[in-house]
Design a protein around this ligand. Structure first.
Ligand SMILES: [Zn+2]
Length: 373
C-alpha cells in the first residue's frame, strides 16, 4: 500500500492494517531517527485515506492526491516549527516577508520531504498554530474522508502549545487523523505520548538507500554506495551527502591514502592547509568518514569479502594491502582513532592540527609492526 518510502516495512504494515480495518481516524506518534521517512510516510498516509480511487494505495492521479502533493488540500494541515511569526485566526501570515519564508519551506518539501529549509532563527511550534488546528478540527472534512493534521518535529511545541494540544488529543472527532512526528520521544509530554498510537521508524538499510539514490537521484553507483554507508540509515543525510562537498572530500581522502602509501608528508601538509583559514567542519568530518570506510574496506578485502565500498579503487586497495600487513586489531585501533578525531572537531582544536595529527597517528599504526597489537 505504501510505495514511496522503502525500508520501513514494519511501520507500513501497522498503518496498512489500521487503514484496512477502517481505523485510520486516530492520533499517531511516528518516532525514530532523523531522515528515515516519517514525514514522507505521513503525507502518503494522508493521500491513501483521502484518495478518490484507493485501490492498493493512493492512485497519485486524482485531484485529492494532486492537492496533497502541492500542499494545497483543504483538509490536510501541516504544522512545523517556525520563528515567532504573526498569524491570523485562519492561519494566514500577517507579514509578507514571513509568509514568503514559510512558502519557501513548503517549496523545499515539495521537491523532497527529506530536506527542510532552515529558518536561520530559533524555531518552535507556537500556541496560535495549535489553536488554529483546534478550530479546523471542529468541522467535518470539506472534500476528503478525513481531516489530517501532521505536526512535524512535535517535540518543538512550546509548553503552552503542548498543553493546548493535549485537549485536542483528548477527544478528537472520528474524522480526524492526527500524526505527530518526532526524533526525540523524551521531550514530549508523557500525557501526549499515551494518547497516541505509537509507530516506530527504524534506520533504513544501506542497500535500500543506495538503490534509492541511484534510481531517484541518478547518483553514480560508487558515490551512492559510499553516501549510503556514511549516512548510517538516514535517507536525508545520504541525499545531502551525495550533493555537497562529497566529491571533493573523497578526492582529498584518496590523496591522503596515496600520501600514506608513498610516505609523502608534503601532501598531507598541503591538504591540511585547506583547513587553516576556513573552518569547514563538514568537509573534515566527511574526510574522516571516508578514511573509516577505506579501512573498513581494507578489513573486508583481507577477509575475502566482495562487498567493498570503494569499488572503483579496488586496485589501490590491493596495492595498499600488499604494502601494509594490517591485522584486525590494528584496524579496530584505527577506527577508534578516527572516531576520536571526529569528536575533536567540535572542541577547540584547530582543524588543520586534527588532520595532521590523524595522519601521523595513522602512519604510526601502519608501520607499527605489531606495537599496537
Ligand atoms: Zn488519489
Amino acid at each position: 500500500m505504501f510505495r514511496l518510502i522503502k525500508g520501513q516495512q514494519q511501520a507500513h504494515r501497522v498503518l496498512t492494517q489500521l487503514i484496512n480495518e477502517g481505523k485510520a481516524g486516530q492520533s499517531y506518534l511516528f518516532y525514530g531517527p532523523a531522515g528515515v521517512g516519517k514525514l514522507a510516510t505521513a503525507l502518503e498516509f494522508a493521500k491513501i485515506i483521502n484518495c478518490k480511487h484507493p485501490d492498493s494505495g493512493a492512485d497519485e492521479t486524482c485531484p485529492s492526491c494532486h492537492k496533497i502533493d502541492s500542499f494545497s488540500h483543504p483538509d490536510v494541515n501541516l504544522i512545523f516549527p517556525t520563528p515567532k511569526f504573526e498569524v491570523s485566526d485562519v492561519g494566514e501570515y500577517k507579514k509578507k516577508e514571513e509568509q514568503q519564508q514559510v512558502q519557501a519551506y513548503i517549496e523545499q518539501l515539495k521537491l523532497t520531504p527529506f530536506e527542510r529549509m532552515q529558518f536561520g532563527k530559533a524555531t518552535a511550534i507556537h500556541i496560535d498554530k495549535i489553536r488554529m488546528i483546534e478550530r479546523k478540527l471542529r468541522y467535518r472534512p470539506n472534500e476528503g474522508n478525513y481531516r489530517v493534521v501532521i505536526v512535524v518535529q512535535a517535540e518543538e511545541m512550546t509548553i503552552q502549545a503542548a498543553n493546548a494540544f493535549l485537549k485536542t488529543l483528548e477527544e478528537p472527532p472520528s474524522y480526524a487523523a492526527i500524526i505527530l512526528t518526532t526524533t526525540n520521544y523524551s521531550r514530549l509530554l508523557p500525557t501526549i505520548i499515551s494518547r497516541c498510537q505509537k509507530v516506530r521508524f527504524k534506520a533504513i538499510p544501506s542497500k535500500t538507500i543506495e538503490e534509492h539514490l541511484i534510481q531517484h537521484y541518478y547518483i553514480e553507483p560508487t558515490l551512492a554506495r559510499i553516501s549510503a554507508r556514511i549516512a548510517n540509515g538516514s535517507m536525508a543525510k545520504a541525499i545531502q551527502l551525495s550533493k555537497t562537498d562529497f566529491i571533493e572530500a573523497r578526492k582529498m581522502t584518496l590523496d591522503i591514502i596515496d600520501a600514506l602509501m608513498n610516505d609523502n608528508l608534503a601532501t598531507i601538509h598541503r591538504i591540511a592547509k585547506n583547513f587553516a583559514n576556513n573552518h569547514n567542519e563538514e568537509l573534515l568530518k566527511d574526510i574522516l568518514d571516508f578514511l573509516a570506510i577505506w579501512f573498513d574496506d581494507v578489513c573486508r578485502y583481507t577477509h575475502g569479502s566482495e562487498t567493498i565500498s570503494n569499488i572503483d579503487h579496488e586496485e589501490k586497495l590491493q596495492e595498499f594491502l600488499d604494502m601494509h600487513q594490517i591485522s584486525d586489531r590494528i584496524i579496530q585501533n584505527i577506527v577508534l582513532l578516527l572516531e576520536e578525531s571526529k569528536r575533536m572537531i567540535s572542541g577547540h582544536v584547530h582543524h588543520e592540527l586534527i588532520l595532521i595529527n590523524t595522519y601521523y597517528e595513522l602512519r604510526k599504526r601502519l608501520h607499527s609492526r605489531g606495537i599496537f597489537l
